[in-house]
Every structure is written in C-alpha cells, then in structure tokens.
Ligand binder design. Structure first.
Ligand code: NAD
Length: 303
C-alpha cells in the first residue's frame, strides 16, 4: 500500500484563479497540475517547476493532497467520481481541498463519500478575486472536521492570510454563496444609485467620492466601480456566469429554508435578467452595471 506524501500535491483547474493560486502554492512542494486546457497546465508547470499531467486517469500514487479550483460542482463531481477518478486513485489518508465555489449539498455528499474511503475532505472557497489570488491574500472559509481543516491550513498558508473555520463540510460553500449574494446585491444597488445620481446631474466619480466617504460604501463602490466599471474595462477576471451560478446556489439555500429574503432574491433575479441582456459571450460580472446603464439611460463611464 502506498503512503501518501505530505509534499506531493495535485492542483486541478488553472484558470483565472487557479493559475496564481497554484503558483503561490508551489514553493517547497512536488507539484503536479492538470487542466482540460493543456496549454494552461503546461504554462503553470513551467512557472512552478512542476509536472503537467495529460489527464487524471493515472495519477502518481504518492500524491497526498489535491486542490480543486473548478467552475462548478458538476465538474468537481466528475473529476472525483469519474471512472477512473480521483476517489478511486487517492491513497487512504489523502486530503482533498475543494477551493471552487461549489454547491454545499453536493459538497456534503462528496465529503461523506471521501470519509468512507479514508480521505479527508475540506471545502475552502475563497473571496478577493484575481488581485488577491495574485497577492496570496485571499479570504478563505473552510468547512470540515477540525483535524482536516487544521491539516488544510498548512497547505493554504501561501494563498490567504485570513482562514475562517465555518463548521462541518459544506459550510464553507454555504458561506461563500451567501457572501457572493450580498456582494452582488451591493454591486446592483450601487449601479441603481449611481445611474440615478447621474441623471440628477452628479457624475459617477463625484457620487462615488460621496459614498466612499459615507455610510453607503462597500467593496463594490471602493474597488469594483473605480477600477473596472468607470474605466469601461470590465476586467475583474470573475465571469458573470460564475456569479450567476453562485447566486443560484444561494437562492436554492434560501428556498430550502423557506426564509424571507426579498432584497437579496431580487438582486439574484436581476442578475439573471442582466445576464440575458448582455450580448457578449462571456461578460465579466462587473458588466452587471451595464444593465443599469441601459435600463436608466445614463452612462457610468468616466468622461
Ligand atoms: P476559470 O473559468 O477562469 O477557470 C476554470 C478552469 O477550470 C479553466 O482553466 C478550465 O479549463 C478548467 N476546467 C474546466 N473543466 C475542467 C475539468 N474537468 N478538469 C480540469 N480542469 C477543468 O474560473 P475561475 O475564475 O478561475 O474560477 C474558478 C472557481 O473559483 C469557480 O468556482 C469560481 O466561482 C470561483 N471564484 C472565482 C473568483 C474570480 O474572481 N474569478 C473569485 C472567487 C471564487
């Protein structure tokens, strides 16, 4: 029987977030990387002095830790459960950390399946976007058994400074979906206020200056609007489709609880409408503001 190595790790999913995270994770480790985009995997292997795997069908047997940074739970499930997937190949005593923004119900099932196989499972989604991923300063919310979370923390040190243990497996993903619902609500609410202010004769720059010195401020008004919206660049690196996915996860959670949440559920439905209206194939989530520009007939771009 193979003993999993504490320093041999596999990082799967090397997109906007996974690439900088894998690079920050690599020092002092024997790193294997995989992405269905083989060029992305080759690029990260080069940057980390690691090894790109051509597929996940025959992974090196001594890999002791797997980090996933994938778009959706369906993809996480396939990577783990495929025949042969990671569940059938990882040694007893291994650790899986799912850092994707996944669906907590799926996560709970996967964690139970992992436990039966003698594998630790931690959901550790992140907040802070590409800039914080680059800087290794992500906020991380971790769900799982205390011992597994402690074990995961030793892997997450270079990725984030701020790691909160949220409770059992799945709660990290609950916290992430709820945070993103609040964040999207702030993004939408600011677009409403800024477009109304513009029609009333106050430029978006001036109105942002007022808000950011006052009680209406949020991460959206302090960072997203000045950097990605007023500039017209819409280049945060977080796709609108991923935001809409997160908001659906939060909506389903609210619905299972039969909770009253009219404000945030309106933001969720508005995001769905905005996504339908935006013509580009893969809009950035900051283009949510463009929906309000069209709706209210005023521009938020700096003049
Ligand atoms: P991305 O689309 O840029 O990257 C996803 C990567 O996964 C791509 O490189 C893709 O080729 C790869 N992939 C898809 N299917 C695969 C498979 N079966 N096997 C291996 N690789 C596969 O997405 P991202 O922006 O990096 O986001 C990743 C996750 O992090 C998502 O769950 C997202 O919601 C979450 N997230 C993103 C941000 C952000 O700012 N971009 C912030 C926090 C959390």
């Amino acid at each position: 029987m193979v003993t999993p190595s504490t320093s041999a790790s596999l990082f799967v999913g090397l997109g906007n977030m996974g690439r900088p995270m894998a690079i920050n994770y690599s020092p002092g480790r024997e790193l294997f990387v995989y992405d269905t985009n083989l060029a992305a995997a080759a690029d990260v292997a080069m940057a980390t002095n690691g090894t790109a795997l051509p597929n996940l069908e025959n992974i090196p047997p001594h890999i002791g830790t797997v980090i996933l940074m994938l778009p959706t739970s369906r993809i996480v499930e396939s990577v783990l459960r495929n025949d042969p997937g990671l569940f059938s190949q990882l040694a007893v005593g291994s650790l899986i950390i799912d850092m994707s923004s996944s669906d907590p119900e799926s996560t709970t099932d996967l964690a139970a399946e992992a436990a039966e196989l003698g594998i630790d499972f931690v959901d550790a989604p992140v907040s802070g976007g590409v800039s914080k991923a680059d800087a290794g300063k992500l906020a991380i919310m971790a769900g799982g058994e205390s011992t597994a979370v402690e074990r995961a923390k030793s892997h997450l040190r270079n990725l984030g400074e701020d790691i909160t243990h949220t409770g059992p497996a799945g709660t990290g993903h609950v916290a992430k979906a709820l945070n993103n619902l609040l964040s999207a609500t702030n993004l939408a609410a600011a677009a409403e206020i800024l477009t109304i202010a513009a029609t009333a004769g106050i430029t978006p720059e001036t109105m942002l200056e007022v808000i950011n010195g006052s009680t209406g401020r949020s991460q959206a008004t302090e960072f997203k609007y000045p950097r990605h919206i007023l500039t017209g660049t819409f280049d945060s690196g977080f796709a609108m489709d991923l935001m809409v996915k997160d908001l659906r996860i939060a909506r389903d959670l609210i619905s299972r609880q039969s909770a009253e949440a009219p404000v945030v559920l309106t933001a969720q439905q508005t995001a769905e409408k905005a996504r339908d209206l935006l013509e580009s194939a893969s809009p950035d989530h900051t283009e949510f503001a463009r929906y309000y520009e069209k709706l209210n007939g005023s521009s938020l771009r700096a003049s």
